[in-house]
Write a new protein. Structure first.
Length: 558
């Protein structure tokens, strides 16, 4: 549902721009230009993918190419219980969202039924029509033949000409049509044949489908009405081009002679007198000869509107570079003499020197004011209940819209996440939740640009230190240090909540920790350990999120 709303909003922006351009230039540009613009709006409403453009009005997404934070943090049991409770709350939230899903589905079904019933009612009338045997009609159809077989039929149950069908189209006229006025008859047949040539009957089905899906968006209703009008204006323009500018007054009088009666049989048929008569008469009388200049102006307007309002900002085609400042606390904080153990490990194993040398930080720590500012900006209330789609969009927008170098929110996030203590209540949020969401957003963007399936990656560490008692003091007698990463696939971004995603990450990290603790007795190789972790991860997958692989980057035994 979040994706649908996002598509509807972005489509509404484009529709609003088209309405403005149309109001300013409907009688200055070729009418076909507006059909191209409506086509762009249709694709924005129906397809979630946007082509990149350097002049897009939308800010580039996925530009966070540095992620200088420590690897994922395995939370305590209490924190894990909180994550499970969040998942339960998310289920309650999902039940509320299902109500809105139900309302949307009901509206879409009712509107689709309206179109379908109208179409079927019209088909019953059309099926009772009879072939036109007028010599003029047969001669005209022979001179204007197209590849598809076209019939001209008449009915006493309609008041204005229309066309229906797109594979075997029919041009239906009223039974009382005056065939003696050959000029008017030719205008009418030419107009309707223009609908047939451009498959306007099919276009109307597409517009109806967009309206059924986005029925809650008033601008989509405006698009449906105006796009149907522009189909008529484009056909009027085609008639004028066919018979010359001198035919404008006669063609306008022909329209007036039809008395502009709206055909009520089917909203999916192309009708000669369907759109606003005043607008059509004005467009005909203001029609100008098609020139290279007008064509060039139309191309510029269409290209500019589509490039600016129907595209996405250009993002990096490279995967995000994860610069990890590894956790400098390989010994569990719960150890009774942890400070002594860490000092010994740092000195004897050289872990701290290795990480400080490879991943130096430019700034030491952060202030309480900076911490409060960051959490206020990046931690929405009830985030655990948000869908992954909504939350990832929120986080990406918050960090990309405030890119001000070292004074920006992203730089502040890097600093706090890199130095935050594991005991801080927000450590898991900054070490797990936000980095995972940024990775997921960037991966999805890269997937769109490359056309290849990609999975987000999450990096973490685990440690298992074996200690021996030395006259009451605990000293390390050996241990293991693991660096690993795993990939996963979000199967339903609209129903998967942040709490559920975070719980899945915790389960994988806990599985790695458990395997590492057992490893002290097993002595597996890196490849064997990786296979064990891969098996454990796949067992944790569910219908909303899947485990797609893992890699052991470093397994140190001392």
């Amino acid at each position: 549902m979040d994706v649908l709303v996002k598509m509807s909003v972005s489509g509404a922006v484009l529709i609003a721009v088209i309405v403005i351009v149309r109001a300013l230039a409907v009688n200055r540009l070729p009418k076909k230009a507006f059909l191209w613009l409506w086509a762009a709006a249709f694709f924005c409403l129906m397809i979630p993918v946007r082509l990149p453009s350097p002049i897009s009005v939308y800010r580039p997404s996925g530009q966070l190419e540095r992620l200088a934070v420590r690897p994922g943090l395995l939370l305590s049991e209490a924190a894990g219980q909180a994550a499970s409770e969040a998942s339960g709350a998310a289920a309650v939230m999902a039940s509320h969202l299902s109500v809105w899903h139900g309302i949307w589905i009901a509206g879409a079904v009712l509107l689709a039924a309206f179109f379908l019933v109208g179409h079927l009612r019209g088909r019953r009338v059309y099926s009772a029509s009879l072939p036109v045997e007028q010599p003029f009609a047969k001669a005209w159809l022979e001179e204007n033949r197209i590849r598809r077989p076209v019939q001209i039929r008449y009915s006493d149950r309609i008041e204005s000409p229309l066309t229906y069908g797109f594979l075997w189209p029919v041009l239906l006229v009223p039974a009382d049509m005056d065939w003696a006025d050959e000029e008017t008859a030719a205008f009418i047949l030419s107009h309707e044949m223009s609908h047939i040539r451009r498959f306007d009957a099919f276009t109307k089905w597409l517009l109806a489908a967009a309206l059924c899906i986005h029925w809650f968006n008033p601008l989509v209703w405006a698009m449906y009405i105006l796009a149907n009008r522009d189909l008529e204006l484009a056909c009027d323009e085609a008639v004028i081009r066919q018979y010359g500018m001198q035919a404008c007054p006669s063609y306008a009088l022909a329209l007036l002679g039809m008395e502009e009666k709206r055909n009520r049989l089917s909203p999916l048929a192309s009708s000669f007198s369907k759109s606003a008569l005043k607008e059509r008469i004005e467009a005909i009388m203001k029609a100008k000869k098609l020139t290279k200049g007008s064509i060039a102006a139309a191309l510029v307007v269409v290209a500019a509107v589509i490039s600016i309002f129907a595209t996405a900002g250009i993002g990096s085609n490279r995967p995000a570079v994860r610069i990890e400042n590894m956790d400098k606390e390989p010994v569990a904080e719960a150890e009774e003499n942890s400070h002594t153990l860490k000092n010994t490990l740092y000195q004897e194993y050289g872990w701290e020197d290795r990480y400080d040398r490879d991943y130096p930080m430019e700034k030491e720590g952060y202030t309480q004011e900076e911490y409060d500012k960051l959490m206020k900006a990046l931690k929405p209330e009830g985030y655990e209940e948000m869908s992954i789609a909504a939350f990832n969009s929120f986080i990406n927008k918050a960090l990309t819209e405030d890119e001000k170098g070292r004074d920006g929110l992203y730089y502040l996030f890097e600093q706090v996440a890199s130095y935050i203590e594991n005991t801080d209540p927000n450590a898991g949020y900054l070490r797990n939740t936000i980095p995972a969401s940024l990775e997921e957003y960037q991966t999805r963007l890269n997937e769109v640009y490359s056309g290849k399936q990609m999975d987000p990656q999450f990096s973490a560490t685990a440690e298992a230190v074996r200690t021996e008692d030395v006259f009451g003091d605990a000293y390390p007698a050996g241990g293991l240090w693991l660096e690993y990463s795993f990939t996963y696939r979000i199967l339903d971004q609209d129903s998967l909540t942040v709490g559920e995603r975070d719980a899945f990450l915790q389960q994988v990290m806990q599985a790695a920790q458990t395997l590492l603790e057992e490893e002290q007795e097993q002595g597996h190789t890196e490849q064997e350990f990786q296979a064990l972790l891969d098996t454990a991860g796949k067992e944790l997958a569910n219908e909303k999120i899947g485990f797609t692989g893992c890699e052991v980057n470093y397994l140190e035994k001392e």
